[in-house]
Ligand binder design. Structure first.
Ligand code: PGA
Length: 258
């Protein structure tokens, strides 16, 4: 059975004080209830060390929102993977639609980042997702296939245990429009079938696929109950403890048959 994984993507939000208060509230809750789910927070890079210290011995993972693939050197403004290891990160979000749309990241660049991140023994949350026009034009599967093929080029089956996929329909991110549970399930199933074709049945069965896009305490339980939805990547609702904690609790309460 795949263990559910709920990650909070803080994006370019919070201050050291606000992020610390949030992480502290989450650490108390997650340690107290010891949910049968994995939980991560992904703060902006200037606050990673601060948040790591606040999380202390809590089981919450620390993730970054991006990284550059190259070894330390002349890359003004970039954050390297060695630095993320140094400050205690365990995973990195790569290929988020905001990185693709606003910063022009291509599947080729994302693939270099995926490979370099795995080399540093960090986990990857690889985001994929279609635009509204893609969905309306019946191109969702083709777009996802291109992103998966490009993003995972050269990544072998053994490495897949360090990769979590996040299906985030771009039309659902930050819009308040959530994919219906059926839309999420159908798309996750498509992704799982793709994994079986590209790799094998074991990889398809073991790889966790998070859903992301306007997940809230109200929508989490039904989305997370879908057989192929293995967690959530949460943006806006991860910035408030009283919204993120119920999502973690909803994940912990989900019962799925093997
Ligand atoms: P949202 O963002 O929950 O605010 O829609 C999700 C994401 O971009 O990861």
């Amino acid at each position: 059975m795949r263990r559910l994984f709920v990650a909070g993507n803080w994006k370019m939000n919070t201050t050291a004080a606000v992020g610390s208060a949030l992480a502290s509230a989450l650490a108390v809750e997650v340690s107290k209830s010891q949910p049968a789910v994995d939980v991560a927070v992904c703060p902006p890079s200037p606050y990673l060390s601060t948040i790591k210290a606040v999380l202390g011995t809590s089981p919450i993972y620390l993730g970054a929102q991006n990284a550059y693939f190259a070894a330390p050197g002349a890359f003004t403004g970039e954050v390297g993977l060695d630095m993320l290891v140094d400050v205690g990160c365990q995973c990195v979000i790569l290929g988020h639609s905001e990185r693709r749309a606003i910063f022009g990241e291509t599947d080729e660049l994302i693939n270099k980042k995926v490979a370099a991140t795995l080399q540093k023994e960090l986990g990857v949350i690889l985001c994929i997702g279609e635009l509204l026009a893609d969905r309306q034009g019946n191109k969702t599967e083709a777009v996802l296939e291109t992103q998966l093929t490009g993003g995972l080029a050269g990544i072998d089956a053994a490495a897949m245990k360090h990769i979590v996929l996040a299906y985030e329909p771009v039309w659902a991110i930050g819009t308040g429009v959530t994919a219906t549970p059926q839309q999420a399930q159908d798309t996750h199933k498509f992704i799982r079938n793709w994994l079986e074709k590209r790799y094998n049945a074991e990889v398809a069965a073991a790889t966790r696929i998070q859903y992301g896009g306007s997940v809230t305490p109200e929508t989490a339980a039904e989305l997370l109950s879908q057989p192929d939805v293995d967690g959530a990547l949460v943006g806006g609702a991860s910035l408030k403890a009283d919204k993120f904690i119920p999502i973690i609790q909803a994940a912990a309460a989900v019962k799925k048959s093997a």
